[in-house]
Design a protein around this ligand. Structure first.
Ligand code: AHR
Length: 516
């Protein structure tokens, strides 16, 4: 179900004419009696690829490092990820997955072959992090493993063997090899994807070709029955032909989910995407608009899936999403390093609101990427670490995990800059397990606060509390020197009103409310 937004004009919003003190008037009706679906905690998932410092330096420093670590994984990053309770991590790629051969990453580390990471900077891949290390990290984090096997340059046999190596409870030759490599008990692989972006770096295929290949790989996926969700790589943006071909080709009911990738570029131009910091309001609003497109894309792909699968058994997994900017000046371009600001926190919240509103079909999402790459949650530099505004937005949304998404009706004016217009406010609401109503709000307008009247029908509000994420500047960010510029604060702008609550929403902010 798409987010319901009605636009009406109360003020002429934007940088032209309206003063900072103009207040956008908006109303929201939350329907506690109209549940949509349970919000799968996996929509707050992560993606960690062998790319730049996403793994090496960001997560893994090796046991001999002077940086405090546990079996090679840096303690500061692991503890920040634990605090976030990361639900699921997709690994090892991305484009990297279709050139990854799992045997390179097992056995004594000193004997593993060095390969070239051809997709990402042509740098040496030592294979120091392989299956055992990744699974160790998942156990440290208490996160589910989403392993992407190699379709592009691999074979069904290689994929099958890897899955058997990881998950077999028997004494097969592969299971014995795992035991000899130090792991007696089988691991559980909750999710397996077959290939990545088969239309591009995954092999330049046609949808029909990949659909057939998917079924060939999925047919031989050797994990214990009922333990693994099988995922087909789908299209980019509005390429619904991929979803169509995969759904039409699902004759053997061997398809549990299809992926969708969408990146938001400020300019929409892959050659000149726009800067991560120091941008103007034109790129603030264009990034918001590009992020909001996710709602429309999910609706389009869902409509195709609904024709084949009205019961919504097959999930739509947005397993790559986020903002993609020009690389940081001076960085290796293939490492996809970029800054992270308040703008990223807002677009993260917009996306999470959208996923929540589509909880009936979207049952996993993985932001790209977890550490040091693209819209990262965590940045590191040697032994230093900082949590980004995106991390803080994810923290604020924790109460929504497992809650039930509720139908909402929002009336908001537009926020306009130049020729671009977006809704000034965007929301999502849910009922938590304890019965509280959760409301997440984004004020996209960088200049104007909003007054939001919220009707909760039928619900008798006795108490409201919340947290807010905002800052003075559109590109406010946390740095190693000043890590607390954009962090959640207690929010005191919500109060009880006759049939619900009233909320004073500061400009450029994310707010999460709990109403009891
Ligand atoms: O996230 C970076 C890259 O973007 C991934 O490897 C690829 O799947 C996508 O094009």
């Amino acid at each position: 179900m798409a987010i319901a937004v009605a636009l009406f004009v109360v003020i002429v919003a934007g940088a032209h004419g309206a003063s900072e003190s103009d207040v956008v008037q908006a109303t929201l009706i939350v329907h506690p009696d109209k549940p949509v679906a349970v919000i799968d905690p996996d929509i707050y998932g992560q993606f960690a690829e062998h790319l730049g410092h996403g793994i090496y330096g960001g997560l893994w420093v090796g046991e001999a490092s002077h940086i405090a670590n546990t079996r090679g994984f840096r303690n500061d990053v692991v503890s920040a990820l634990k605090a976030l309770a990361v639900p699921v991590v997709r690994w090892p790629g991305g484009c990297f997955a279709d050139q990854y051969h799992w045997r390179d990453g097992i056995g004594p580390r000193g004997k593993r072959p060095v390969r070239v990471n051809v997709n990402w900077g042509g740098v040496e891949e030592t294979n120091a992090v392989g299956t055992h290390e990744f699974m160790d990290l998942m156990e440290m984090l208490g996160a589910k493993a989403y392993v992407d096997t190699n379709v592009g340059t691999g074979s069904p046999q290689e994929s099958k063997d890897w899955l058997e190596y990881m998950t077999s409870p028997t004494h097969s030759a592969l299971a014995e090899e795992r035991m000899r490599n130090g792991r007696k008990a089988p691991w559980r692989v909750d999710f397996v994807g077959f290939g990545n972006e088969p239309w591009g770096c995954g092999g330049h295929m046609r949808p029909e070709t990949y659909s057939d290949l998917y079924h060939r790989f999925a047919a031989f996926a050797s994990t214990p029955p009922g333990t693994t969700t099988k995922i087909a790589a789908g299209g980019y943006d509005d390429e619904v032909a991929w979803t169509e071909a995969l759904m039409a080709g699902n004759k053997f009911n061997d398809l549990d989910a299809i992926t969708l990738h969408h990146y938001a570029l400020p300019t929409g131009d892959w050659k000149h995407k726009g800067a991560a910091t120091g941008f103007g309001e034109d790129q603030w609003i264009s990034t918001m608009q590009a992020a909001l497109r996710m709602d429309h894309l999910i609706a389009e792909h869902s409509a195709v899936m609904d024709r084949y699968d009205p019961a919504k058994k097959v999930g739509l997994y947005v397993d790559e999403w986020g903002n993609w900017y020009d690389p940081e000046p001076g960085s290796q371009p293939g490492f996809l390093e970029q800054g992270n600001t308040l703008r990223d926190a807002l677009t993260a919240a917009l996306n999470l609101n959208i996923f929540q509103a589509h909880a009936d079909r979207v049952r996993m999402a993985n932001i790209a990427q977890m550490v040091n790459v693209l819209q990262a949650l965590i940045l590191t530099d040697g032994e230093r670490m900082v949590l980004t505004p995106t991390y803080q937005a994810f923290m604020m949304f924790k109460p929504f995990r497992g809650a039930t998404d509720l139908a909402v009706e929002l009336n908001t004016s537009e926020y306009r800059y130049g020729d671009t217009a977006v809704p000034a406010l965007q929301v999502s609401a849910a009922r938590s397990g304890s019965g509280a109503i959760l409301i997440s709000l984004v004020n996209l307008d960088p200049h104007h606060p909003a007054h939001l009247g919220v009707a909760l029908k039928p619900f008798s509000a006795a108490k409201v509390s919340g947290t807010i994420l905002t800052a003075d500047a559109m590109d406010a960010h946390n740095s190693f020197e000043r890590p607390d510029v954009v962090v959640p604060q207690p929010f005191r702008g919500a109060s009880l009103a006759p049939d619900g609550i009233a909320v004073d929403v500061p400009s450029k902010s994310v707010i999460v409310l709990t109403v009891q």
